[in-house]
Design a protein around this ligand. Structure first.
Ligand code: PBG
Length: 292
Protein backbone atom coordinates (compact mmCIF):
# COMPACT_ATOMS: atom_id res chain seq x y z
CA UNK A 1 0.00 0.00 0.00
CA UNK A 2 1.15 3.49 -0.83
CA UNK A 3 1.17 6.29 1.77
CA UNK A 4 0.58 9.73 0.20
CA UNK A 5 0.49 13.36 1.34
CA UNK A 6 -2.01 15.93 0.09
CA UNK A 7 -1.15 19.59 0.64
CA UNK A 8 -3.98 22.10 0.96
CA UNK A 9 -3.81 24.80 -1.70
CA UNK A 10 -0.96 23.23 -3.72
CA UNK A 11 -1.19 23.83 -7.49
CA UNK A 12 1.77 21.57 -8.21
CA UNK A 13 3.33 18.65 -6.31
CA UNK A 14 5.93 19.87 -3.78
CA UNK A 15 9.09 17.70 -3.44
CA UNK A 16 10.26 16.75 0.07
CA UNK A 17 13.91 17.32 0.91
CA UNK A 18 14.13 14.67 3.58
CA UNK A 19 12.36 12.09 1.41
CA UNK A 20 13.86 12.39 -2.07
CA UNK A 21 11.34 11.14 -4.62
CA UNK A 22 8.30 11.71 -2.38
CA UNK A 23 6.03 14.75 -2.82
CA UNK A 24 3.22 16.58 -1.15
CA UNK A 25 0.53 16.16 -3.78
CA UNK A 26 -1.82 18.68 -5.28
CA UNK A 27 -5.40 17.44 -5.67
CA UNK A 28 -4.76 16.72 -9.34
CA UNK A 29 -1.44 14.90 -8.84
CA UNK A 30 -3.02 12.82 -6.07
CA UNK A 31 -5.62 11.55 -8.52
CA UNK A 32 -2.85 10.66 -10.93
CA UNK A 33 -0.90 8.80 -8.22
CA UNK A 34 -4.06 6.83 -7.41
CA UNK A 35 -4.60 5.92 -11.07
CA UNK A 36 -1.00 4.70 -11.28
CA UNK A 37 -1.48 2.67 -8.11
CA UNK A 38 -4.44 0.92 -9.73
CA UNK A 39 -2.49 0.33 -12.96
CA UNK A 40 0.43 -1.36 -11.21
CA UNK A 41 -1.88 -3.45 -9.03
CA UNK A 42 -1.34 -1.97 -5.58
CA UNK A 43 -3.76 -2.99 -2.86
CA UNK A 44 -4.43 0.45 -1.50
CA UNK A 45 -3.50 4.01 -0.69
CA UNK A 46 -3.15 5.70 2.71
CA UNK A 47 -3.90 9.42 2.74
CA UNK A 48 -2.36 12.06 5.02
CA UNK A 49 -3.53 15.67 4.90
CA UNK A 50 -1.27 18.72 5.13
CA UNK A 51 -3.59 21.56 6.17
CA UNK A 52 -2.89 25.27 5.71
CA UNK A 53 -4.10 26.17 9.21
CA UNK A 54 -3.70 24.34 12.51
CA UNK A 55 -5.22 24.96 15.93
CA UNK A 56 -5.26 23.52 19.44
CA UNK A 57 -8.03 20.97 18.80
CA UNK A 58 -7.17 20.10 15.21
CA UNK A 59 -10.50 21.36 13.91
CA UNK A 60 -9.51 20.76 10.27
CA UNK A 61 -9.49 17.03 10.91
CA UNK A 62 -13.24 16.47 11.19
CA UNK A 63 -14.30 19.39 8.99
CA UNK A 64 -15.95 17.85 5.89
CA UNK A 65 -14.14 20.54 3.88
CA UNK A 66 -10.81 19.85 5.61
CA UNK A 67 -8.05 18.77 3.26
CA UNK A 68 -7.98 15.12 4.33
CA UNK A 69 -11.71 14.65 3.82
CA UNK A 70 -11.64 16.54 0.52
CA UNK A 71 -8.82 14.23 -0.61
CA UNK A 72 -10.73 11.10 0.41
CA UNK A 73 -13.70 12.21 -1.73
CA UNK A 74 -11.34 12.87 -4.65
CA UNK A 75 -9.76 9.45 -4.27
CA UNK A 76 -13.06 7.58 -4.19
CA UNK A 77 -14.27 9.59 -7.14
CA UNK A 78 -11.12 8.61 -9.03
CA UNK A 79 -10.76 4.92 -8.15
CA UNK A 80 -14.15 3.83 -6.85
CA UNK A 81 -13.56 0.38 -5.39
CA UNK A 82 -10.52 -0.45 -7.56
CA UNK A 83 -8.17 0.52 -4.74
CA UNK A 84 -8.64 0.34 -0.97
CA UNK A 85 -8.76 3.95 0.25
CA UNK A 86 -7.42 4.42 3.75
CA UNK A 87 -7.33 7.55 5.91
CA UNK A 88 -4.86 8.44 8.63
CA UNK A 89 -6.95 8.97 11.74
CA UNK A 90 -4.84 11.13 14.05
CA UNK A 91 -4.70 14.76 15.10
CA UNK A 92 -1.00 15.58 14.77
CA UNK A 93 -1.26 16.90 11.22
CA UNK A 94 -3.99 19.29 12.38
CA UNK A 95 -2.86 20.56 15.79
CA UNK A 96 -0.63 23.60 16.25
CA UNK A 97 1.34 21.86 19.03
CA UNK A 98 1.90 18.76 16.88
CA UNK A 99 0.58 16.19 19.36
CA UNK A 100 -1.68 13.33 18.35
CA UNK A 101 -4.35 14.49 20.80
CA UNK A 102 -5.77 17.54 22.51
CA UNK A 103 -4.00 18.91 25.59
CA UNK A 104 -5.32 19.45 29.11
CA UNK A 105 -4.80 22.66 31.10
CA UNK A 106 -1.39 21.42 32.21
CA UNK A 107 -0.25 20.83 28.65
CA UNK A 108 -0.47 17.04 28.76
CA UNK A 109 -2.21 14.95 26.10
CA UNK A 110 -5.74 14.31 27.36
CA UNK A 111 -6.47 10.71 26.38
CA UNK A 112 -10.23 10.64 26.92
CA UNK A 113 -10.97 14.07 25.48
CA UNK A 114 -9.01 12.98 22.41
CA UNK A 115 -11.21 9.90 21.94
CA UNK A 116 -14.20 12.11 21.17
CA UNK A 117 -12.18 14.01 18.58
CA UNK A 118 -11.24 10.68 16.97
CA UNK A 119 -14.87 9.56 16.89
CA UNK A 120 -15.80 12.76 15.12
CA UNK A 121 -12.94 12.30 12.62
CA UNK A 122 -14.04 8.73 12.01
CA UNK A 123 -17.58 9.81 11.09
CA UNK A 124 -16.24 12.53 8.77
CA UNK A 125 -13.83 10.10 7.08
CA UNK A 126 -16.50 7.43 6.69
CA UNK A 127 -18.80 10.05 5.11
CA UNK A 128 -15.97 11.10 2.80
CA UNK A 129 -15.71 7.53 1.54
CA UNK A 130 -12.74 5.97 3.33
CA UNK A 131 -12.86 2.17 3.19
CA UNK A 132 -10.36 1.82 6.04
CA UNK A 133 -9.53 4.11 8.96
CA UNK A 134 -5.93 3.98 10.15
CA UNK A 135 -6.04 4.67 13.88
CA UNK A 136 -2.52 5.95 14.44
CA UNK A 137 -2.84 8.20 17.49
CA UNK A 138 -2.05 5.63 20.19
CA UNK A 139 -4.68 6.77 22.68
CA UNK A 140 -5.87 4.05 25.04
CA UNK A 141 -9.33 2.81 24.06
CA UNK A 142 -9.34 4.48 20.63
CA UNK A 143 -10.33 1.39 18.67
CA UNK A 144 -13.37 0.58 20.83
CA UNK A 145 -14.46 4.21 21.00
CA UNK A 146 -14.34 4.68 17.23
CA UNK A 147 -16.01 1.31 16.59
CA UNK A 148 -18.95 2.27 18.85
CA UNK A 149 -19.29 5.68 17.19
CA UNK A 150 -19.46 4.03 13.76
CA UNK A 151 -21.86 1.33 14.95
CA UNK A 152 -24.19 4.01 16.32
CA UNK A 153 -24.69 5.34 12.79
CA UNK A 154 -24.72 1.85 11.24
CA UNK A 155 -21.34 2.18 9.56
CA UNK A 156 -20.12 -1.29 10.52
CA UNK A 157 -18.90 -1.60 6.91
CA UNK A 158 -15.93 0.66 7.68
CA UNK A 159 -12.74 -1.29 8.40
CA UNK A 160 -10.51 -0.35 11.35
CA UNK A 161 -6.77 -0.73 10.99
CA UNK A 162 -5.35 -0.23 14.48
CA UNK A 163 -1.78 0.96 14.79
CA UNK A 164 -1.65 -1.32 17.75
CA UNK A 165 2.10 -1.23 18.05
CA UNK A 166 3.71 2.13 17.44
CA UNK A 167 7.02 2.90 19.02
CA UNK A 168 8.23 6.40 19.99
CA UNK A 169 10.70 6.31 17.13
CA UNK A 170 13.40 8.53 15.64
CA UNK A 171 12.47 6.98 12.29
CA UNK A 172 9.36 9.20 12.03
CA UNK A 173 11.69 12.22 11.62
CA UNK A 174 11.26 12.96 7.91
CA UNK A 175 7.46 12.60 8.25
CA UNK A 176 7.45 15.85 10.21
CA UNK A 177 8.69 17.71 7.13
CA UNK A 178 6.18 15.85 4.99
CA UNK A 179 3.25 17.12 7.05
CA UNK A 180 5.00 20.35 8.13
CA UNK A 181 4.41 19.66 11.77
CA UNK A 182 6.56 20.83 14.65
CA UNK A 183 6.21 18.88 17.84
CA UNK A 184 6.39 20.46 21.29
CA UNK A 185 7.87 17.89 23.67
CA UNK A 186 7.82 14.22 22.73
CA UNK A 187 5.38 11.34 22.32
CA UNK A 188 6.69 9.02 24.98
CA UNK A 189 3.55 9.22 27.10
CA UNK A 190 1.47 7.54 24.39
CA UNK A 191 3.83 5.84 21.96
CA UNK A 192 5.76 2.76 23.09
CA UNK A 193 9.19 2.28 24.58
CA UNK A 194 11.52 0.71 21.96
CA UNK A 195 12.84 -1.72 24.57
CA UNK A 196 9.46 -3.17 25.45
CA UNK A 197 8.07 -6.21 23.59
CA UNK A 198 5.50 -7.40 26.14
CA UNK A 199 3.57 -4.13 25.96
CA UNK A 200 3.33 -4.53 22.17
CA UNK A 201 1.63 -7.90 22.53
CA UNK A 202 -0.74 -6.52 25.16
CA UNK A 203 -1.66 -3.54 22.95
CA UNK A 204 -2.44 -5.90 20.08
CA UNK A 205 -4.67 -8.08 22.23
CA UNK A 206 -6.58 -5.05 23.53
CA UNK A 207 -7.07 -3.62 20.04
CA UNK A 208 -8.42 -6.90 18.68
CA UNK A 209 -10.80 -7.18 21.66
CA UNK A 210 -11.97 -3.62 20.98
CA UNK A 211 -12.85 -4.50 17.39
CA UNK A 212 -9.77 -3.95 15.22
CA UNK A 213 -10.07 -5.65 11.82
CA UNK A 214 -6.32 -5.41 11.17
CA UNK A 215 -3.37 -4.45 13.32
CA UNK A 216 -0.20 -2.61 12.42
CA UNK A 217 3.38 -2.70 13.64
CA UNK A 218 5.41 0.45 13.06
CA UNK A 219 8.24 1.23 12.25
CA UNK A 220 9.20 -1.88 10.29
CA UNK A 221 12.87 -2.71 9.99
CA UNK A 222 13.99 -2.00 13.59
CA UNK A 223 11.01 -4.04 14.91
CA UNK A 224 11.01 -7.23 12.82
CA UNK A 225 11.06 -9.34 15.98
CA UNK A 226 7.93 -7.57 17.22
CA UNK A 227 6.24 -7.99 13.85
CA UNK A 228 7.04 -11.68 13.84
CA UNK A 229 5.64 -12.25 17.32
CA UNK A 230 2.51 -10.20 16.61
CA UNK A 231 1.89 -12.09 13.36
CA UNK A 232 1.98 -15.35 15.26
CA UNK A 233 -0.22 -14.14 18.10
CA UNK A 234 -3.34 -12.78 16.31
CA UNK A 235 -6.03 -14.02 13.97
CA UNK A 236 -6.45 -10.77 12.05
CA UNK A 237 -4.29 -9.53 9.16
CA UNK A 238 -1.08 -7.84 10.28
CA UNK A 239 0.33 -4.78 8.53
CA UNK A 240 3.81 -3.29 8.72
CA UNK A 241 4.67 0.33 7.95
CA UNK A 242 8.06 1.04 6.43
CA UNK A 243 8.25 4.61 7.72
CA UNK A 244 9.78 7.85 6.48
CA UNK A 245 13.14 7.39 8.22
CA UNK A 246 13.58 3.89 6.79
CA UNK A 247 12.94 5.31 3.33
CA UNK A 248 15.31 8.27 3.88
CA UNK A 249 18.06 6.03 5.22
CA UNK A 250 18.18 3.86 2.10
CA UNK A 251 17.82 6.80 -0.30
CA UNK A 252 20.60 8.76 1.43
CA UNK A 253 23.01 5.85 1.48
CA UNK A 254 22.23 5.03 -2.14
CA UNK A 255 22.66 8.67 -3.23
CA UNK A 256 26.08 8.66 -1.55
CA UNK A 257 27.02 5.56 -3.51
CA UNK A 258 27.20 3.45 -0.35
CA UNK A 259 24.66 0.77 -1.18
CA UNK A 260 22.83 -0.71 -4.15
CA UNK A 261 19.49 1.11 -3.96
CA UNK A 262 17.25 -1.34 -5.82
CA UNK A 263 18.55 -4.40 -4.03
CA UNK A 264 18.34 -2.68 -0.63
CA UNK A 265 14.72 -1.67 -1.24
CA UNK A 266 13.63 -5.17 -2.21
CA UNK A 267 15.56 -6.69 0.66
CA UNK A 268 13.90 -4.48 3.28
CA UNK A 269 10.45 -5.16 1.83
CA UNK A 270 11.14 -8.88 1.67
CA UNK A 271 12.17 -8.88 5.33
CA UNK A 272 8.84 -7.38 6.39
CA UNK A 273 7.01 -10.04 4.43
CA UNK A 274 9.21 -12.81 5.83
CA UNK A 275 8.57 -11.58 9.37
CA UNK A 276 4.83 -12.03 8.83
CA UNK A 277 3.33 -8.85 7.37
CA UNK A 278 0.34 -9.52 5.12
CA UNK A 279 0.05 -5.83 4.30
CA UNK A 280 3.04 -3.53 3.80
CA UNK A 281 2.90 0.25 3.60
CA UNK A 282 5.87 1.65 1.72
CA UNK A 283 6.68 4.94 -0.01
CA UNK A 284 8.31 2.86 -2.78
CA UNK A 285 5.13 0.85 -3.38
CA UNK A 286 4.34 2.05 -6.91
CA UNK A 287 7.92 1.77 -8.16
CA UNK A 288 8.39 -1.69 -6.69
CA UNK A 289 5.04 -3.01 -7.90
CA UNK A 290 5.87 -1.81 -11.39
CA UNK A 291 9.26 -3.53 -11.40
CA UNK A 292 7.83 -6.78 -10.02
C1 PBG B 1 0.47 9.99 12.93
C2 PBG B 1 1.44 9.28 12.06
C3 PBG B 1 2.82 9.44 12.02
C4 PBG B 1 3.28 8.60 11.02
C5 PBG B 1 2.18 7.98 10.46
N1 PBG B 1 1.04 8.39 11.15
C6 PBG B 1 3.68 10.35 12.79
C7 PBG B 1 4.01 10.10 14.21
O1 PBG B 1 3.37 9.34 14.89
O2 PBG B 1 4.95 10.75 14.71
C8 PBG B 1 4.71 8.44 10.62
C9 PBG B 1 4.90 7.78 9.28
C10 PBG B 1 6.27 7.89 8.76
O3 PBG B 1 7.21 8.31 9.47
O4 PBG B 1 6.46 7.53 7.58
N2 PBG B 1 -0.35 10.87 12.15
Amino acid sequence: MLPVFLREGADEPVPLQSMPGVVQHSRESLRQAAREAVEVGLGGIMLFGVPRHRDATGSGADDPDGILNVGLRDLRDEVGDDLVVMADLCLDEFTDHGHCGVLDDRGRVDNDATLDRYASMALAQADAGAHVLGLSGMMDGQTGHVRRALDAVRRDDVVLLAYAVKYASAFFGPFREAVESTLEGDRTTYQQDPGNLVEALREVRLDVEEGADMVMVKPGLPYLDVLSQVARSVQVPVAAYQVSGEYAMVEAAAAAGMIDRDRAILETLTSLRRAGAQVVLAYWATEVARSL
